[in-house]
Design a protein around this ligand. Structure first.
Ligand SMILES: [Fe+2]
Ligand SMILES: [Fe+2]
Length: 266
């Protein structure tokens, strides 16, 4: 299979620019940030760190699938750069959790994306990863990060969201470029199968990025964490606002996928 970025794509240059920023930490860039002890914010940012950490094995699986399917080195380079960005996002989020009172070093209860579980060898094809990672996870994540960035007051959280936002915008563009190349040429049956899988993914994202599909106990806990973090301006929106952002992003993804022929009605 020939997998290439479109001619003239500036995605590669943007990934390289993101990589140049690596190596700077919250503490180095903002040494005077006062230490606050906000339990909700430290839990919120610890979960963000776990979420970014989970993106590392997910993107690594894409690199393996791309290699299996004969993608060019340019594409492999782009996706290994994405994996490295996700490591940096996990580090930045973890540092922020430390700054806000201490990183929680266990996977949160009910968290569906366990980084260790995602690292098991997989033979899932690139098309499925393109859908799940690029079209769904990265797109919904970017929408949330953008919304949080616009409302966050504290400079350290603002810095981390800004750094992450710049990278994720490139990841989303790259993910959709891959999807646009690979998905429309699939058979009708394959596209229907991906549409069904996409619906299951959307529901999963309502319990990983959003709170609406969580079971009652974790839902109460997660909603309280977001509401309190939002009230302090430390990087979250209220739970209701975040759930609304997730729903809006999911409808945008469904519409865009429909245009690529990924729909039950296709
Ligand atoms: Fe990320
Ligand atoms: Fe990303």
């Amino acid at each position: 299979m020939k997998i290439q970025l479109p001619p003239g794509s500036d995605t590669w240059a943007q990934l390289r620019a993101g990589q140049k920023r690596r190596g700077r930490s919250v503490r180095e860039v903002l040494p005077d940030v006062p230490k606050r002890h906000a339990d909700a914010a430290r839990r919120f940012w610890s979960t963000r760190a776990w979420s970014e950490y989970a993106a590392v094995p997910a993107v690594s699986q894409i690199v393996l699938a791309l290699t299996r399917e004969g993608a060019g080195l340019h594409v492999l380079g782009a996706y290994t750069a994405v994996a490295s960005d996700e490591v940096r996002h996990a580090q930045l989020s973890r540092e922020l959790a430390e700054l806000y009172g201490g990183y929680v070093d266990t996977v949160p209860e009910g968290f569906a994306y366990d980084p260790m579980g995602l690292a098991s060898p997989s033979d899932v094809p690139v098309t499925v990863w393109a859908l799940s990672n690029g079209c769904y996870s990265e797109t919904v994540s970017l929408a949330l990060i953008r919304a949080r960035f616009s409302r966050t007051k504290h400079p350290a959280a603002h810095f981390v969201l800004n750094e992450t936002l710049k990278d994720e915008a490139v990841h989303v563009r790259l993910g959709w470029q891959l999807a646009e190349e690979l998905l429309p040429v699939l058979s009708r049956g394959q596209r229907r199968g991906l549409a069904e899988y996409g619906e299951a993914l959307a529901q999963m994202l309502r319990s990983t990025f959003g709170t609406s599909a969580l079971p009652p106990g974790p839902r109460r806990r997660e909603r309280a964490i977001r509401d309190r973090t939002a009230a302090l301006g430390l990087g979250a929106l209220s739970a209701d606002e975040e759930d609304a952002v997730v729903e809006e992003a999911l409808s945008g993804v469904a519409e865009r996928l429909h245009r690529l022929g990924i729909s039950r009605r296709a």
